[in-house]
Design a protein around this ligand. Structure first.
Ligand SMILES: *Cc1c(COP(=O)(O)O)cnc(C)c1O
Length: 395
């Protein structure tokens, strides 16, 4: 353990990195704990010959229903995966493989240029396999416009993949509008909803979504589980990417992790119950943080001022050195760029895509709030940021 920072009244840095991952809700941990030991619901959900297996299967199916309810889907449309990365891979590669079965050439995919790497990298891989990929540029706030999508669509476009909420900016896309365009063009519409589940309403019918990726650990569930929604009516055909045993109706083989499924189900249930209050409370705290620092010289907001998910506050501190900034903000646990890229020091491709110069991208910090963020923590964070920025700008 590193020494505890001196100026924080809390025992540890204030956690403001909920967009990277969330802690597991205690209710979720309790539910998971009941699915591990001999006295619990530990069996293989695919075991058909005894009551242990039946009970595990029942728990997994209840959880499937809870996840389906969060997005207004049928439980049979939910495929368990190891997370949103796998769900995105299954959606893109699975749809592409099906296209290739029916067509010897062509095949065009549209994504946004600021998708998570878990969409961009599979898209790039498919490009190497002979598919064509268009990467839509977002506007200065990180939004993808319907007009840009319409212009990009071709006769051989079979898949469009656009995220609901951008993980770095929090900017919200008009999924229903984009979905309607895809529906009219008769191409599949995939949505990476890892950052929006539990924060914004998701309705796969109303939003004309065909494939949708979820991740438990972004909504107070455990890491290592997610789901892909696959529309049944009209039926969306995707090819399995993991073979062996034919679990999940052949879409994704592998023994289901009962505790993980139950954890994600419980997390989805809590998210649905709290959907009308929690985002409002978190957005209020987020706005308080912004109001507490917005008058600092050189400060500006990255992302859309209004169309933004409740917990996100991405801020550029002009005139501050990015690395110094992160080092000095040691009483806060935050991200520069997105957590997935923090191993490299290249400026965030998302911030560059919305027009930030390299130095301003480097001097940007993502604060992200969540369920357990308190008003005291936000008051402390604002004061801490003020002190650090004034100190750095003096130099
Ligand atoms: C976190 C995240 C992912 C990856 O999800 P995992 O479950 O960690 O694989 C994908 N897309 C977005 C938008 C994310 O925020």
């Amino acid at each position: 353990m590193k020494p505890i920072p001196e100026s924080s009244p809390f025992r540890k840095p204030v956690y403001l990195d909920y967009a990277a991952t969330t802690p597991v809700a205690p209710e979720v941990a309790d539910a998971m704990m009941g699915c591990l030991t001999l006295s619990g619901n530990f069996a293989n959900p695919a075991s058909r010959s005894h009551v242990y297996g039946w009970q595990a299967e029942e728990a997994v199916e209840e959880a499937r229903g809870q996840v389906a309810a969060l997005i207004h889907a049928d439980p049979r449309e939910i495929v368990w995966t190891s997370g949103a990365t796998e769900a995105n891979n299954l959606a893109l590669k699975g749809a592409a493989a099906r296209y290739r079965e029916a067509h010897t050439e062509g095949g065009h995919i549209v994504v946004s240029a600021i998708e998570h790497k878990a969409v961009l990298d599979p898209a790039q891989w498919l490009e190497q396999q002979g598919f064509q990929v268009t990467r839509l540029q977002p506007d200065q706030y990180g939004r993808v416009h319907g007009s840009a999508l319409r212009d990009a669509l071709r006769d051989d476009t079979f898949l469009v993949s656009i995220m609901h909420v951008n993980n770095e900016l929090g900017t919200v896309n008009d999924i229903a509008g984009l979905g309607a365009i895809c529906r009219a063009h008769a191409c599949l519409f995939h949505v990476d909803a890892a950052q929006s589940a539990g924060k914004l309403g998701l309705d796969v019918q109303q939003q004309s979504v065909d494939l949708l990726s979820l991740s438990a650990h972004k909504m107070y569930g455990p890491k290592g589980i997610g789901a892909l929604y696959v529309r049944r009516d009209p039926a969306v055909k995707i090819a399995a990417q993991i073979h062996g045993g034919g679990h999940e109706r052949g879409y994704r083989s592998g023994t289901l992790a009962t505790h993980q499924c139950v954890g994600m189900g419980k997390a989805a249930d809590l998210a649905r119950e709290q959907l009308s209050e929690e985002p409002v409370r978190i957005a209020t705290l987020r706005d308080q943080l912004w109001q507490g620092i917005a008058d600092l010289p050189g400060i500006s907001l990255n992302g859309h001022p209004e169309a933004r998910a409740c917990g996100h506050l991405n801020v550029a501190f002009a005139g501050c050195d990015g690395e110094m900034l992160l080092l000095s903000l040691r009483d806060l646990a935050v991200s520069t760029g997105s957590a997935c890229n923090s191993a490299s020091i290249a400026p965030s491709y998302v911030l560059k895509a919305i027009g930030l110069a390299d130095d301003l991208a480097h001097a940007s910090v993502r604060f992200s709030l969540g369920r357990y963020t308190t008003a005291d923590e936000i008051a402390f964070a604002a004061e801490h940021i003020r002190q650090v920025v004034k100190q750095l700008q003096k130099q």
